[in-house]
Ligand binder design. Structure first.
Ligand code: PBG
Length: 331
């Protein structure tokens, strides 16, 4: 190698890669276990956990196994848990989502009883798990998702989830005005301390496929009238400005790897914590390839989490949260 800098010997970046200790010392980014959030499904009316076939290693929990999973996550140093309810009965307006005895509300109380304040307990605030048509909102007479009627349902969901003990609610339905509407409902109900982790830039993605199995979704059609078009970048900045103006405490980009550009931009723009959701299809891809022996599972997972961290995410929702926390603590 003969190139020089103005007569001086050439810089050799490889000097800082010579030993494992050197590489560890100069490493710029490393995911924090406490920044990981475990998404978890709890299903009503089952006595054994039900495996989600498209997400090897992920189950629909019973109330009991969910408590155990929450305790294990806390033990591993994971920062939070995000709960999704899978009700036995679905209907047009998603009644189980606002019933204080609905599965999600019951599970929130269970998990709070188990972990107290050791883990940040969050719940997904959306109707798709509860509606028989599978949409994230209620429908109008012509079968379209009715934005403002849905906001009223979200306000009610927010109240029952907060009453059940959620520390954080995640409005994820992509209705216009959902963050402000839910914030006002919480404040009026005396839940000023419950924070909002807004699913701010949420794209209509093919990678949600396995999640549909996980929540037993009956959706026919798509979510293209409310979730964002993957072609759009600047639209995310508009969603970001609105969510912040409406009172979002934390903001999220979803999915993860296909939208790192959006994530990077969010972390440059704002002073609130920015999270990313590594979704079901991202999980499934790595698991499937690893099962075939085509990639190394642990390395691949840690590389994805590191890339989110490098892009500036301080919070990462990942189905590998508990396992990854163990790997990260081991060093
Ligand atoms: C809405 C919601 C979805 C996911 C999280 N919250 C489904 C959707 O928007 O279609 C997907 C998460 C995943 O795919 O892992 N309740």
């Amino acid at each position: 190698m003969s190139s020089t800098y103005g007569g001086f010997p050439a810089a050799r970046p490889r000097r800082l890669r010579t030993t494992a200790a050197m590489r560890r010392m100069v490493a710029e980014h490393r995911p924090r276990p406490s920044g990981l959030i475990l998404p978890a499904f709890v299903r009503e009316g089952i006595t054994e956990p039900v495996p989600v076939s498209s997400m090897p290693g992920v189950v629909q929990h019973t109330r009991d196994t969910l408590r155990k999973a929450a305790a294990e996550a806390a033990e591993a140093g994971v920062g939070g848990i995000m709960l999704f309810g899978v009700p036995e009965h679905k209907d047009a307006v998603g009644s189980q989502g606002t019933d204080p005895e609905g599965i999600l509300q019951v599970a929130l109380r269970d998990v709070r009883a188990e972990v107290g304040d050791e883990l940040v307990v969050m719940s997904d605030l959306c109707l798709d798990e509860y509606t028989d048509h599978g949409h994230c909102g209620v429908l109008d007479a012509r079968g379209r998702v009715d934005n403002d009627a849905t906001l009223e349902r979200y306000a009610e969901m927010a109240r029952v989830q907060a009453d059940a003990g959620a520390h954080v609610l995640g409005p994820s339905g992509m209705m216009d005005g959902q963050v402000g509407h839910v914030r006002r409902a919480l404040d009026e109900a005396g839940h000023q301390d419950v924070s909002l982790f807004a699913y701010t830039a949420k794209y209509a993605s093919a990678f949600y496929g396995p999640f549909r199995e996980a929540v037993g979704s009956s959706l026919k059609g798509d979510r293209n009238t409310y979730q964002q078009d993957p072609a759009n970048f600047r639209e995310s900045l508009r969603e970001l400005a609105l969510d912040l103006a409406e009172g979002a405490d934390m903001v999220m980009v979803k999915p993860g790897l296909p939208y790192l550009d959006v994530l990077r931009e969010f972390t440059r723009e704002v002073d609130v914590p920015v999270g990313v959701y590594q979704i079901s299809g991202e999980y499934a891809m790595v698991e499937a390839a690893a099962e075939k022996g085509w990639i190394e599972r642990e390395r691949a997972v840690l590389e994805t989490l590191t890339s989110f961290t490098r892009a500036g995410a301080s919070l990462i929702l990942t189905y590998w949260a508990t396992q990854a926390a163990g790997w990260l603590r081991r060093g």
